[in-house]
Design a protein around this ligand. Structure first.
Ligand SMILES: Nc1ncnc2c1ncn2[C@@H]1O[C@H](COP(=O)(O)OP(=O)(O)OP(=O)(O)O)[C@@H](O)[C@H]1O
Length: 801
């Protein structure tokens, strides 16, 4: 669209160096404020009121866009009639005000469809050097503005020739300055400052004294730096919005923001002054008008000062209130802290009291503990004395039982005398035990106390009247009466020899026999090294052979003759010194005739019949008759076992073969040590001759066997005694049970670390003791652990004898 420019006043020449152009718009109030700002800040300068009229209605009519719209056409015509004369009136009004203020004034007015382009057009056409224009449209109209905020202002700021220096004002304040560029060197800004004696000098702009920073209004109130910072306009904004280089942009501080009511008051003042100035413009007298104008300006300034002071006071008041509330807060905080400290102090006192109470209680408890320890000690003493008392009572009871047994025996003898029977042999006394005693001795026939099972019944280990015993439970009486049984036992008990096991007593009630207990078990077990016992040395074996031979001679020489009838290694028992004793001699006499064969047969077939019969005389196996020769046969087999250590089955044949092939040393048991081969062979020949099938061909026990075995054993004993005589005298103290004071057979370690004989420590614990017999300290537990190492050491030591 082409621009229609109409110069209302016609072309005119202006002194651009001396003239300040002020752009005014349709809003008369805003325009007057801009005008007054220019008058006040540039006293003595010529003012040219610049106005651009938008000819919208003219354009509209020319183009005929609104021709069809009758109503609009009427409105346009009305506007034409009303607006143009109105603009004339306004310009005249401005001129009148300026005239009354004594300011020389002109107007320049063009019509153009774009006001901002029109302003730039005028600047260009008249080479305008100094221009003042409003910074904001109506909606942004505020003195707090920090930058031009109207489309026109921004356009002019960007498009006006650089030679033009432009001040953008708003509501009587300078908002922004665009400094003229090209000919700035020639411009003396100072010359634009109003003279010192000018009536408006007091409100002259401070920005003229600084090129970079301009202040419109300053308050003496110390302001927060934050507030001031908030008023800084960044250079970047100017570069962005005004299309200027940063060097061309001048930063400006805004004014301190006023409260809303203050602002309104200030606006009111401004409009009052404007009204007063308007009133003045109507007056005729020029001097009077000038004076009154100056007076009015002065009054405005004073009011302005008062307002500033008020603001300052308000700011101080505000600070004071803030300070007061802060102080109050601090006081409250202090009070709270004090209360907290007091509370903690109270708690501390409370805790100290509790601590004292606990200390007192601790003392009381400590004394109680000391008392109870004394009580415990006293009770311990009482307990031990009670145990001692109990032991003595037990002893008394045992003695009384023995006395009771003796009394019964005497009674029996007396009865026998009364019945005219033969008196017992003098010197034989066997004890009679009750079933209860047998039961207690075997711990109710505890299976762990069972040490063997033979054809004549089970054998239990037992502790009877503090003596270790072996209890043999015989089968039922069958047809045998109690009296018969007792008689037989008595006869057997009369047969005594160092190598025959001794009958201690009997329990007719349970038909059991009580023997002395031999701790090293049977020869069978020792030859088989049962429980890892060491092999018997050849000297011991030779001695055992002679001992058994001696026992057999004794039995056979008895009147009537008592053949053993069941000689084999399991019947040869070894005491603590490995002295052998023959057991079960004549026991068959206690078994009724009918049952004897049954038992024998069943036992032989049930157990290992071949092994059981291998020691037996083939003759006896045929006719079931026990003879002296039967025992010789069995002795021969026993000798072979001692020499070879081999199982009995097939042994006779093997040894015969070895001797015939001169390989005897191949069958000899070298684990027994360095046998003297000649003597061993002699014994082997002896054994084979004992095992002759025909009884008559077998050797005579005394003249042929004992005559060899006796001296041989003698020399062995001598050599062994020479070696170990000294050692034998001294029993290592750690082999002795601290309770029984005997060499231990079954050493067990207790919780106190000491080793005791199993029966001794078990008896101690079972009688209710929970303290060590050695240290008297409380035992942590009652478990007992076998001391295998000591057990083996004891056995090895015993075998050296
Ligand atoms: N007085 C004892 N001391 C220690 N142990 C013994 C005593 N008497 C028997 N024994 C043990 O009991 C085991 C059983 O002996 P017992 O004489 O009853 O049967 P056996 O000889 O094995 O067989 P059988 O009697 O049927 O021929 C023996 O081998 C021996 O270990």
């Amino acid at each position: 669209m082409g621009s229609l420019v109409e110069e209302i006043e016609g072309e005119r020449e202006y002194d651009v160096e001396e003239t300040i152009f002020v752009a005014v718009g349709k809003n008369v109030e805003k325009s007057k404020t801009t005008l007054f700002w220019a008058v006040q800040n540039f006293p003595g300068k010529r003012i040219c009121v610049l106005h651009v009229q938008r000819p919208t209605h003219v354009l509209a009519l020319t183009q005929g866009k609104l021709a069809r719209n009758k109503l609009k056409q009427h409105a346009v015509e009305a506007f034409q009639k009303l607006e143009r004369p109105k603009m004339h009136e306004r310009l005249e009004e401005y001129m009148l005000i300026l005239d009354h203020a004594g300011v020389q004034a002109d107007t320049v007015w063009i019509e153009m469809d774009s006001v901002e382009k029109g302003i730039v057009e005028i600047i260009v056409r008249h080479s305008v050097r100094w221009l003042v224009m409003g910074a904001a449209a109506d909606k942004y109209y505020s003195k707090k503005l920090l930058q031009p905020k109207s489309k026109k202002a921004i356009f002019v700021c960007q498009m006006a020739p650089v030679s033009c220096h432009i001040w953008f004002a708003c509501k009587g304040y300078l908002i922004f300055t665009r400094i003229g560029g090209k000919d700035r060197s020639n411009i003396e800004i100072a010359t634009l400052s109003p003279p010192l004696d000018s009536p408006v000098r007091t409100v002259q702009l401070e920005f003229l004294s600084s090129e970079s920073v301009h202040r419109v209004r300053s308050l003496d109130v110390e302001e927060d730096t934050d507030v001031i910072k908030g008023k800084l306009r960044p250079v970047s904004w100017c570069s962005e919005h005004l299309n200027l280089s940063s060097s061309e942009v001048v930063d400006t501080y805004g004014s301190i923001p006023l409260q809303r009511d203050e602002e309104e008051e200030y606006q009111g003042q401004a409009s009052n002054v404007t009204d007063q100035l308007l009133e003045l413009s109507i007056m005729d007298d020029h001097n009077l008008k000038q004076n009154m104008f100056a007076e009015t300006v002065k009054q405005w300034k004073e009011e302005n000062d008062a307002m500033e002071a008020k603001c300052k006071a308000k700011a101080l008041e505000c600070l004071c209130v803030k300070e007061m509330s802060r102080r109050k807060e601090m006081e409250e905080l202090l009070e709270r802290e004090k209360q907290e400290v007091q509370k903690m102090k109270d708690q501390h006192d409370e805790l100290m009291k509790e601590l004292q109470v606990v200390k007192d209680q601790t003392k009381v408890l400590e004394s109680q503990i000391a008392d109870s320890q004394c009580t415990v000690e006293e009770l311990d003493e009482k307990f031990f004395s009670a145990v001692e008392l109990l032991i003595s009572f037990k002893k008394k009871r045992d003695d009384m039982q023995i006395e009771h047994g003796n009394a019964i025996r005497v009674l029996k003898d007396l009865r026998k005398l009364v019945h005219g029977e033969n008196a017992s042999f003098p010197g034989t006394q066997i004890l009679e035990f009750s079933f209860m005693e047998i039961n207690n001795a075997t711990r109710n026939f505890d299976p762990s106390w069972k040490i063997g099972e033979g054809k004549y019944g089970s054998v239990y280990k037992g502790l009877l009247r503090h003596v270790h015993v072996a209890i043999k439970m015989l089968p039922s009486y069958g047809c045998q009466s109690l009296l018969e049984f007792e008689n037989e036992v008595e006869i057997l008990s009369r047969v005594r020899h160092p190598n025959l096991i001794m009958i201690i007593g009997t329990c007719p009630e349970s038909r059991s026999l009580v023997f002395e207990y031999l701790r090293n078990g049977s020869l069978e077990d020792r030859l088989a090294c049962k429980n890892n016992t060491p092999p018997l040395p050849w000297q011991t074996r030779t001695r055992i052979a002679s001992e058994i031979c001696s026992a057999l001679i004794f039995l056979h020489s008895n009147k009537p003759c008592i053949p053993h009838g069941n000689l084999k290694p399991s019947k040869v028992l070894l005491d603590a010194n490995f002295v052998s004793k023959l057991s079960d001699s004549g026991i068959y006499r206690l078994i009724p005739q009918g049952e004897r064969t049954d038992i024998s047969a069943s036992s032989c077939t049930k157990a290992n019949p071949e092994v059981a019969s291998v020691y037996m005389d083939p003759e006896y196996l045929e006719n079931g008759k026990v003879t002296r020769e039967s025992d010789v046969y069995s002795l021969g087999m026993l000798l072979l076992r001692l020499l070879t250590g081999r199982p009995a089955l097939g042994l006779l044949k093997d040894v015969k073969c070895a001797i015939e092939t001169e390989n005897f040393n191949m069958v000899l048991d070298w684990s027994a040590g360095d046998w003297p081969l000649a003597e061993a062979q002699l014994l082997a020949h002896l054994a084979l001759r004992c095992c002759e099938k025909l009884p008559l061909n077998r050797l005579d026990l005394v003249s042929e066997i004992w005559s060899v075995l006796g001296p041989m054993s003698e020399s062995c004993i001598n050599s062994a005694s020479c070696l170990g005589a000294k050692e034998r005298c001294r029993i290592p103290s750690h082999f002795v049970c601290p309770i029984f004071q005997e060499v231990m057979e079954d050493p067990l370690i207790a919780a106190d670390g000491f080793t005791y004989e199993a029966d001794a420590i078990r008896g101690w614990l079972e009688s209710g003791h929970d303290r060590s017999p050695m240290t008297n300290l409380k035992l942590e537990h009652c478990s007992l652990v076998p001391n295998y190492a000591l057990h083996q050491a004891i056995q090895e030591w015993q075998q050296q004898w």
